[in-house]
Design a binder for this molecule. Structure first.
Ligand SMILES: NC(=O)c1ccc[n+]([C@@H]2O[C@H](COP(=O)([O-])OP(=O)(O)OC[C@H]3O[C@@H](n4cnc5c(N)ncnc54)[C@H](O)[C@@H]3O)[C@@H](O)[C@H]2O)c1
Length: 290
């Protein structure tokens, strides 16, 4: 049975962390019966609480009506069970910890429990779906559905097909993405980093190179990106927001994977990382925060 968007009404989101809770709320707000699953009961409680206060804030600010929020919560449930919600899911979005072995085990369990037509998507930013599709009996119904952080706010999703993903799967995921208010970008083949993060990586590299070679201060480079290019935030301020440690770890992993010297974290990043200046989370990165 081929999937199609009209046949998607029940969604299972695995993982209730930074991404999974937001993704669950996005589906519930769009009227889908949504279950958010996590192995950690505490994470589920935290996700529920945080969503409540975030959506209540949206009501206070007039962005949503109280009815919309109540309707969304009536569609949303939280559980540590996996097989039971998988059995009735039309679409699963996996947003669990970024560990391949753990994801593979989950995909195998999901494949055993979910109905034949169900699509199993991964929200992973770095693990392409072909690395989990091969443990399932339905690689044609597996793809990446990549949300951006915070999922409730960011309007874009990337739909990445693996060599076996069917057109019907891509069409369904694209249409469902539109129905939840997202603008889908389709990647016709797998590539590490996908589209948006590759472009951001190239921009960040160039910004850091310009700074390190003494062409301009990081503040002025941020100003150029904002005022000349119309970016909402400059690359240095953005690094502070996402974490200089994250940049360091991602680049170190990429260097170790490829052996490509150009992938190593840049000198000014290493210096800040070693001083514990991770950005907003540590109170200091490129900028200082109170
Ligand atoms: N954080 C981001 O900015 C971002 C953006 C886009 C995509 N992603 C991707 O989303 C995924 C999750 O990232 P995150 O930042 O939300 O992580 P997180 O650490 O905040 O949350 C991961 C959750 O997965 C749960 N978990 C671990 N093993 C599980 C299992 N077997 N079954 C069910 N739940 C399990 C953990 O208890 C935790 O609550 C990753 O694949 C990541 O690549 C992250």
């Amino acid at each position: 049975m081929q999937p199609n968007a009209d046949g998607v009404s029940r969604v299972l989101v695995c993982g209730a962390g930074a991404m999974g809770s937001g993704i669950g709320a996005v589906f519930a707000l769009a009227g889908y019966e949504t279950t958010v699953q996590d192995i950690d009961e505490g994470m589920l409680g935290k996700a529920h609480e945080e969503l409540r206060s975030r959506l209540d804030r949206n009501v206070e600010k007039g962005r949503m009506s109280p009815q919309q929020v109540e309707d969304a919560f009536s569609k949303l449930s939280f559980t540590t069970e996996i097989e039971e919600p998988a059995r009735s899911a039309d679409l699963v979005v996996e947003a669990i910890v970024e560990k391949l072995a753990v994801k593979r085990e989950l995909f195998s369990r999901l494949d055993g429990a979910a109905p034949e037509h169900a699509i199993l998507a991964t929200n992973s930013s770095t693990i392409v779906s072909s690395r989990v599709a091969d443990v399932t009996s339905r690689p044609d119904r597996v793809c990446n559905l990549h949300f951006f952080n915070p999922a409730l706010v960011m309007e874009c999703v990337e739909v990445v097909r693996n060599p076996e993903t069917s057109d019907a799967t891509v069409d369904t995921v694209v249409e469902v993405s539109r129905r939840i208010g997202k603008e889908p970008v389709i990647l016709e083949r797998e590539i590490s980093g996908f589209v948006a993060n590759r472009i951001l990586g190239a921009l960040t590299d160039e910004a850091v190179s310009l700074y390190e070679s003494g062409v301009a201060s990081f503040e002025d480079i941020d100003t150029a990106c904002k005022k000349a290019l119309g970016h909402p935030i400059g690359p240095f301020a953005l690094m502070d927001l996402t974490g200089i440690d994250v940049n360091y770890y991602v680049r170190t992993a990429r260097y170790e994977e490829t052996g490509d010297e150009s992938q190593k974290p840049k000198e000014s990043i290493v210096e800040r990382f070693e001083r514990g200046e991770y950005g907003r989370k540590s109170g200091k990165g490129w900028y200082e925060y109170r």
